[in-house]
Ligand binder design. Sequence first.
Ligand code: ATP
Length: 433
Amino acid sequence: MKVNEIDLEKFLKSVLPEPELYEVLITAQNISEKRGEFLYFAGGVVRDYFLKTLYKRKVPKIKDLDLVLQGNLENFLKEFLKKVKGESLFKSQFLTYKVKLDLNGKEFLIDFITARKEIYEDVAKLPKVFPSDFRDDILRRDFTINALLIGLSFPYKGILIDLVNGMEDLKEGLIRPLHIYSFIDDPTRIFRGIRYKVRLNFEFSKEFFLALERCFEKSALKKLSGTRLANELKLYLNKEPEKNLEKLLKTTFNLNIFEKAGIKTEKNFFDSIVRHLKELKEELNNKEKEKFFLLSLVSPESLQNACRLGFSEPEIEKIKKHLEIIKELLEKWKKLSLWEKIKVFERIPVPYLLALSVYFPRIRKDVVNFLKKYRKIKPELTGDELIKLGVNEGKEIGRLLELLRKEKIEGKVKTKEDEKNFIAQFLLNKSKN
Ligand code: ATP
């Protein structure tokens, strides 16, 4: 075990995103010392602190803070929440609590974690968790660079503890699992490792590849549940900088992870996926983005695989139907009118439509235009106004609004005045017939 004294005050002031948190942490420190329980930082906060201070690396400002207690967290928090303004939001199955602090009106979340030991009884299944000491808590972690600890209270106040040579790997820029069975226990660590490699521009150590081989031998990635697999891939999208996405996907592909996880994917789709996400950022909500992203990772020939990423059987059947429709139209695509294309697109949910345009680049431009422009075009006249203009109540209203929309999309009708004239003409023709 390597130990080193650090300047605790400097560490705290450097890592705490809000200055008011300093007092809160001193309170936590006092309570843990009074109770004789060891409180410490571990994981990303410690890793990023040293990357920033020792290696002058740019690291993102921390958004969440993890604090670990070797002791009885429930009782600790009861005392803590009497002294600071805040509330415990929920307790997870893994002996952790999310606490929402009120810092003079500003909200801040801290994850309080019980120092724990994890026992993996089954390949790729969630572990059994037991309260334990800081040593076990460090040795359950994913990579050496995430296994550094800085003590906030007695007996290791202001001490950096490095049980696994994490500082050396930080210096060398290496992603090294703690042991070569690590990915059999928890294959989600592979995706975490890829994120760290790309984010920090690090390399994989030889143990990473050995652990990967062991994981492949045991088919552990295939045993990982679809929900957990999809969640890890969604983090590529939601947690990492946008500019890293293509690299993340390519690294995952080159390591053969998709295939080993039961997903046949196509490397030449990646560029198109990334372009869509960039180009259509404003047009999509987060759910749509995630669905499109996951679906387009599955090759169209093996859509059945989409169930590995959380798509249900009925959903997959629907997607297949839409895919067949587009496939059939593909040959005469250029001959279709704008309106005909729009009528096809409108029937397809947005995430599926985008995935289809990744599969079939011929429709790509039309899909983008549809989402960015045409689907938003609507007549200015309302149903009530049509009635006032003399249109019969009932089905005709809907039909005329649709007709107006078509005229507008095709550029034949532009202003509200044009719309009124169009309706007047329509009514005139009708009265003549
Ligand atoms: P970042 O948020 O910057 O990606 P982090 O280290 O804060 O990094 P979290 O996902 O918040 O990442 O996890 C906190 C810590 O918990 C990690 O640093 C790691 O030590 C540990 N950890 C998280 N997930 C796992 C896992 N699947 N297996 C082992 N340890 C894990």
